[in-house]
Design a protein around this ligand. Structure first.
Ligand SMILES: [Zn+2]
Length: 506
């Protein structure tokens, strides 16, 4: 038996596993790959002949994760993180596609010239596929359509200070203008949603002071403003890094009345709690902040109910000196790109979820958000981005051993469940070592079909689904990879701004 729509020519590669995580659940299968694409699924006990055959046994085979929230920081702050180090970390962590945020690099990606600078910086250096968000800042509404046409996946904006002065927030009028412009070409606005009127400078250097300065109510109020304006303008919007469970009710209500809004949360909000942040442990500082254990549990319910559809890293590293042990002054950002899969799986398994849920939140959901129809699932026609993941193997995190440029992460010393054994990018094994050949390409937003939010998908915890998934009929609309080629970096000299004072978001 071969699947419908399958390419019957001899595969380059066949990977077998008794636990292939398919869109419909887990099943034993043999995944055939040719020319970088998945050509079909075959019975586990009757794999086709192929140039190379890999048998993973009980090690699971997952689609490569898609992380739509990564701050690479190159050019300009490459000493915080760069394309080479970030994408090696991604590959080692089972992430085969990242979409880079428009701020913290210099220049910020707020016009086509800046996007070209960033593409030149990234070209030839990436171990995984890389796309780009543009930025919506005061005064650049006229630059949004050209950026859209140049292939960015959407636009990020802040409502409160971003932490870097070159990426200012939008006020109400600016937000409305950006949404109207983005709606005119059916683009996507992704929003850091905290209401600046409800933020304050921390009263002291401790974590409680910092947490008190950024209440969940600031998130809720900002979400309400965004969904109201989205309803009025028709813009498609996405709420970044939901930290407070107070956001869930207004998000669900907006979707119920037809507002085109989706939302994400991050591994640190799902697994870490304010109660466990150690004194001076500013590796835990991010904006919005990590909150109470009860809030964390409510976020899991938000995922289960489908109000939150993506779990992405918000990897926002800095050099260790900017993580001084003062929560009021330290850089706000959690570094976790390489660890997200194990971190989330450790907690998801404890709560009774299966790998198919993790894949939905960390691969299929983000791929749908960005319209990456060739990514995010093991399905005929999609890119052969595959991850061998041993779900039961434990490992203890050593920050210095990660591929991140700087050895700062709140997960240092934690024992996590689940280990990535191998990662294939479009059918080729990635090599996360410093001498590995970077095989990633730079992605442009696929045209023209757009992923819609759709009805809420429920995700009840429970035993893994063991049915064989029905296969789709062949190749989906391709994205438009452009060849990744080394080019001279157009990086400006590094001119990091000073760390902010309590308003330093990720
Ligand atoms: Zn961020």
């Amino acid at each position: 038996m071969t699947s419908r729509g399958a390419d019957e020519r001899r595969p380059d590669l066949v990977v077998r596993s008794r636990r292939v995580v398919l869109p419909g659940g887990q099943a034993p299968a043999a995944v055939a790959v040719r020319d970088g694409r998945i050509t079909g699924l075959h019975p586990h006990d009757a794999p086709p002949d192929a140039a190379e055959r890999v048998d993973l046994g009980d090690v699971a085979l997952l689609p490569g994760l898609v992380d739509t929230h990564v701050h690479v920081n190159e050019p300009g702050r490459t000493h915080w993180e760069g394309f080479a180090s970030a994408t090696r970390a991604a590959a080692a962590g089972g992430v085969t596609t990242i979409v880079d945020m428009p701020l913290n690099s210099l220049p910020p990606t707020v016009d086509v010239a800046a996007l070209d600078v960033k593409r030149r910086a990234a070209g030839g250096r990436c171990a995984v596929d890389v796309g780009f968000w543009g930025g919506a800042v005061p005064g650049n509404a006229a630059a949004l359509r050209p950026l859209h046409e140049a292939g960015v996946f959407g636009f990020k904006c802040f409502l409160s200070p971003s932490g870097v002065e070159e990426f200012p927030p939008l006020d109400d009028a600016g937000l409305r203008r950006a949404m109207a412009e983005i709606a005119s070409f059916d683009g996507l606005l992704v929003v850091h949603a905290e209401d600046p009127a409800l933020l304050a400078d921390p009263a002291g250097p401790g974590y409680a002071d910092f947490l008190g300065s950024r209440p969940g109510e600031a998130e809720r109020r900002a979400v309400e403003r965004v969904v109201t304006l989205a309803g009025e303008t028709g813009a498609r919007v996405h709420i970044l890094h939901v930290s407070s469970a107070l956001c869930l009710e207004p998000l669900a209500a907006a979707r119920a009345r037809g507002v085109r809004v989706t939302a994400e949360t991050c591994p640190h909000y799902l697994t870490l709690t304010a109660e466990e942040v150690p004194p001076g442990g500013t590796a835990f500082k991010c904006c919005p902040p990590i909150r109470s254990a009860a809030n964390r549990d409510a976020l899991w319910r938000g995922l289960a109910e489908g109000v939150l559809s993506c779990v992405v890293s918000d990897h926002s590293p800095s050099t260790p000196d900017l993580k001084m042990p003062d929560f009021a002054r330290a850089w706000g950002g959690v570094s976790s790109l390489q660890l997200g899969l194990s971190v989330v799986w450790t907690e998801a398994a404890r709560r009774g979820y299966g790998l198919e849920h993790v894949v939905r939140w960390m691969a299929a959901g983000p791929a749908a958000l960005a319209g990456l129809t060739r990514k995010g699932a093991i399905e005929a026609g999609r890119d052969a981005d595959l991850v061998a993941f041993d779900p039961d193997a434990e490992h203890t995190v050593d920050a210095a051993a990660l591929h991140h440029r700087n050895p700062v992460t709140p997960y240092h010393g934690r024992t996590l469940r689940g280990t990535v054994r191998a990662t294939w990018l479009r059918g080729r094994l990635t090599d996360a070592g410093p001498d590995g050949e970077p095989g990633g390409v730079l992605l442009r937003r696929p045209a023209p079909e757009r992923a819609e939010p759709g009805p809420l998908e429920q995700a009840e915890p429970g035993p893994s689904i063991r049915e064989r998934a029905e296969l789709g009929p062949g190749a989906p609309e391709p994205g438009e990879p452009e060849p990744s080629r080394p080019e001279p970096s157009a990086a400006r000299p590094c001119t990091p701004s000073r760390p902010g004072t309590g308003r330093t978001p990720a």
